[in-house]
Ligand binder design. Structure first.
Ligand SMILES: [Zn+2]
Length: 531
């Protein structure tokens, strides 16, 4: 028996979940996500896959988020002809999210090529188009939770509710040994794991007793105060009341799916109870509007205690579908609420609203989810005094706030508990899908108490392991790496560069007079020449 795994994404510090499993009978992927965050990583989306798409026989998809599903249209365009197995909730969400991702890439590449032409650089092609994304939807095939499906000969899989997002799953995979009938190797891929007590979702579920577990670590170094629906609403109400006293826009960059619907439900509920001032709530995202429809459709399978249909029909809610409607919001003054994607502010209509309001001290920006390194949302969360949006430098005068209660991710101790409940884990635990401190934090939490340190692994991008031996054996991947290990681990230089430029601008503007400015520039020039 030979089974190898290649970490084609979601390795240490790298986003974009994608694992390639290979046996003598064939190859399949768990997830085929888009790299997000740092520029160096995003460039990988344009490069070749580290495998031939036509050689892949099947895909097991954990959930619809773009960092798990976003490169599926590229996979299909490059010759993948197998099935993409996913739950119905995931398929419904992907049928809006992937075409939306395709059109975002088309428009981003259009803008990039305009800049490239002006600088005399070569044009680039979008990773895939909206049409590619629509075509890829034909490959999806629905699976039921907790029901075995055949993947490739000798391999079957079963999906368990991961409580992270509508349709999300952890996937149990069983490999039969062709030489020893009845002997099995069992693997669990966590996907993204939801927190306990999440609005609209059950607590994560999965069986126990595996040879290998692959576990995400997004919030591995974080502890969230225990939350209840009442505490979460109280915290949101406090932020909204504070924003209302500033008398400007409250901008909520939201992930189009789930977080947005949770927020809308809470905002409407708070207004109806009179806990926050009444004001129009704009949902300014065609994708989020579609996703809201998917939630209405699946309302029965979600939390029975939330009257989703009634709350989502509130007259306080304004769905702005067209660009003209969206532009009209920009003319508003006074307190109003705008919920727009993307959640990390790196794409979508939220960027236009940020450009309009960030410089204005009357505005509030409320961050409600994980902000990856290198995204505009992360810069804001880290207290940047100025940021660049669409080539313009914009001072940050708005109040930047964040709340954690809407997170779709388990925190450090919830992840540790989830891992503990999967024991025995006989051969190896792979900690993936987290930045350096997050993986280190989770590793510390579980080492010794939950699993011996020698059995926990932190793979880097493009690492390959042979899994059929008694311990996972790394295979030589050095010649096939897309990024040098140092590049993966080191903080992206693009980030350092933009921070440096902003700091220089700041210092020069803050100088007393032109003479002072001249001194700073001469000193910088000298430092450059000395280096
Ligand atoms: Zn996710």
């Amino acid at each position: 028996m030979s089974v190898t795994i290649r970490f084609c994404g979601a390795a240490r510090t790298v986003t974009g979940s994608c694992y390639l499993f290979e046996t003598r009978a064939g190859r399949f992927l768990v997830d085929c996500g888009m790299f997000q965050g740092q520029k160096t990583l995003k460039e990988l989306n344009y490069g070749a896959f580290p495998f031939r798409a036509a050689d892949v026989d099947a895909v097991l998809l954990t959930h619809a988020h773009i960092d798990h599903s976003g490169l599926l249209p590229k996979l299909v365009r490059n010759g993948f002809a197998g099935r993409i197995h996913a739950t119905r909730g995931t398929i419904d969400l992907c049928s809006y999210m992937l075409p939306d991702a395709g059109s975002i890439q088309e428009s981003e590449v259009l803008a990039l090529n305009r800049r490239n032409t002006a600088r005399g650089r070569a044009e680039v092609n979008p990773i895939y188009t909206q049409a590619d994304a629509i075509a890829s939807l034909q490959s999806f095939t629905p699976v039921e939770y907790e029901t075995w499906i055949d993947v490739i000969p000798g391999v079957r899989a079963r999906y368990w509710n991961a409580g992270h997002l509508l349709g999300s799953a952890s996937i149990e995979i069983e490999f039969a040994d062709e030489n020893t009938p009845g002997k099995l190797m069992r693997i669990l891929a966590s996907g993204d794991i939801g927190p306990d007590a999440k609005l609209l979702q059950p607590d994560p579920d999965a069986p126990a007793g595996f040879d290998y577990v692959i576990c995400e670590s997004t919030y591995g170094d974080r502890e969230r105060p225990a939350t209840t629906p009442a505490a979460r609403r109280a915290r949101l109400a406090e932020e909204v009341r504070e924003a209302a006293t500033r008398k400007g826009a409250l901008l909520i960059p939201a992930f189009a799916v789930e977080r947005t619907q949770e927020l809308l439900v809470d905002l409407v509920d708070l207004m109806e109870r009179g806990d926050i001032p009444r004001a129009p709530i704009f949902l300014d995202s065609p994708l989020a509007i579609r996703a809201t429809e998917v939630f209405r459709k699946h309302a029965e399978s979600l939390d029975p205690e939330v009257d989703l249909r009634r709350l989502l029909n509130s007259t306080q809610l304004r769905f702005t579908e067209t660009v003209d409607e969206s532009k009209a919001i920009a003319k508003l003054t006074g307190f109003h609420i705008v919920v727009a994607a993307s959640g990390m502010c790196d794409a979508g209509r939220i960027r236009h609203h940020l450009r309009n309001w960030l410089w204005n001290a009357r505005a509030t920006v409320l961050l409600v989810g994980f902000q990856a390194q290198g995204t505009l949302g992360r810069f804001l969360a880290d207290g940047a005094r100025a940021v660049r949006i669409q080539g313009n430098e914009i001072k940050v005068a708005a109040s930047i706030r964040s709340i954690d209660d809407y997170s779709g991710h388990a925190d450090g101790s919830e992840l540790a508990r989830w891992i503990a409940a999967r024991r025995p884990i006989l051969r190896g635990l792979f900690l993936v899908h987290g930045e350096e401190p997050a993986i280190a934090g989770l590793s510390e939490r579980i080492s010794a108490r939950i699993i011996p340190a020698a059995r926990a692994f932190q793979p880097l991008l493009d690492d390959i392991y042979e899994l059929s031996a008694s311990v996972p054996t790394p295979l030589d991947a050095a010649r096939r790496r897309r990024l040098a290990p140092e590049a993966v681990v080191a903080l992206d230089w693009h980030n350092d560069m933009s921070k440096l430029v902003l700091d220089i601008n700041d210092r020069i503007e803050a100088a007393a007079d032109d003479r002072g400015r001249g001194v700073i520039i001469r000193r910088l020039r000298r430092a450059l020449e000395d280096s």
